[in-house]
Design a protein around this ligand. Structure first.
Ligand SMILES: Nc1ncnc2c1ncn2[C@@H]1O[C@H](COP(=O)(O)OP(=O)(O)O)[C@@H](O)[C@H]1O
Ligand SMILES: [Mg+2]
Length: 318
């Protein structure tokens, strides 16, 4: 474990049992994933819809019970399937989440001040202290105090997402899990929220895991990137490196950078749809869509291999 890692995930899996026409089947939403995140860093997670990003975040926060593996957070083993360790209480308030859709996260009948104070009250912080800290958090995310007594419906999309951020930081967390926090916002509002997140990170030395399907956003925000597809991690890289996996390159192409040089080297197109998670292709699950697929890709699942500079890629091309 790198000495300053705040989060270490080892062979983490989360399977769901689903019913398909009366038959019980296993859906491997997160499949044998391992990585470490240094304290104060941002890990950007990219991948198409259905690749297991949300499930991974919810599993790390122990909102889902992992199927197997081990999670170490802040020096504490918070989950270990072999030793039957599960420390849900420990992570409360230390790991918080911001969701894609503030509508579903913010109770429409509650006042903003109470929405932000709620996580503290759940931690049994006395009400007057909770309200004071909520006010402070609301100020900190750049909202004026005249919204304190309003309700979510009276706010704009950007303001609502700022409330969600205030609610996430009010407990003084060490790590914030951001699940596509700006996907539903227009570009200008999105930039405001992303910059707010960067400011808060600097002030409080927060560790972030940021899920986005936009590789350009992930590169702008992150120190490390992880590329997910069908519940598996296919690449891990310093955010300043070029992605190497054909799938990762295709994601880059879906959101071309303004830099024509970058666009040229990343110029690759993928065909077809994300496969059903209940009947995944053999070998490399990306092979049916990959323009470089070889026989070995159909036969053998590629393992993550180091290609130097802390860059790992699971692809038979490398
Ligand atoms: N509670 C659940 N029960 C059954 N399957 C689920 C559940 N949550 C997610 N899944 C499935 O797990 C896979 C990954 O989903 P998700 O983590 O939401 O992906 P992403 O966030 O990358 O879009 C999908 O196939 C999804 O249908
Ligand atoms: Mg998701």
């Amino acid at each position: 474990m790198v000495s300053d890692a705040i989060l270490k995930v080892e062979h983490l899996s989360k399977y769901f049992t689903v019913n398909l026409a009366g038959r019980k089947m296993t859906l491997k939403a997160v499949d044998d994933v391992s990585f470490e995140v240094p304290k104060g860093a941002t890990l950007g997670i990219v991948g198409e819809s259905g690749s297991g990003k949300t499930t991974l975040l919810r599993t790390i926060a122990l909102l889902y019970t992992p199927t197997s593996g081990r999670i170490t957070f802040n020096g504490e083993v918070i989950f270990d399937s072999d030793k039957r360790i599960m420390k849900r209480q420990y992570v409360r308030g230390l790991i918080s989440m911001v969701y894609q859709d503030p509508e579903s996260e913010l109770n429409p009948t509650m006042r903003i001040i109470d929405i932000v104070a709620e996580p503290l009250e759940a931690l049994r912080v006395p009400r007057d202290e909770a309200l004071r800290r909520a006010e402070e958090a609301i100020r900190e995310v750049g909202l004026s105090s005249d919204i304190l007594l309003k309700r979510p419906l009276q706010l704009s999309g950007g303001q609502k997402q700022r409330v969600a951020v205030a609610r996430a930081i009010v407990t003084n967390p060490l790590m914030v899990l951001l699940d596509e926090p700006t996907s539903n916002l227009d570009v200008v509002v999105q930039a405001g929220i992303l910059n707010l997140l960067l400011d808060l990170q600097k002030t409080y030395n927060l560790t972030y895991i940021l899920v986005t399907h936009n590789l350009a956003v992930a590169q702008y925000m992150s120190d490390y990137l992880a590329v997910f597809y069908t519940g598996r991690m296919y690449e891990w890289l310093p955010a300043t490196d070029e992605p190497k996996h054909p799938y990762a390159k295709a994601l880059a192409d879906a959101f071309p950078t303004p830099d024509p040089f970058n666009r040229k080297i990343l110029n690759i197109e993928i065909k077809g749809e994300v496969p059903s998670m209940l009947s995944l292709p053999s070998g490399c699950t990306f092979h049916p869509r990959c323009p470089y697929a070889m026989d070995v890709c159909r036969e053998k699942a590629p393992q993550l291999k180091s290609i130097g500079n802390g860059h790992l890629v699971a692809c038979h091309l490398y």
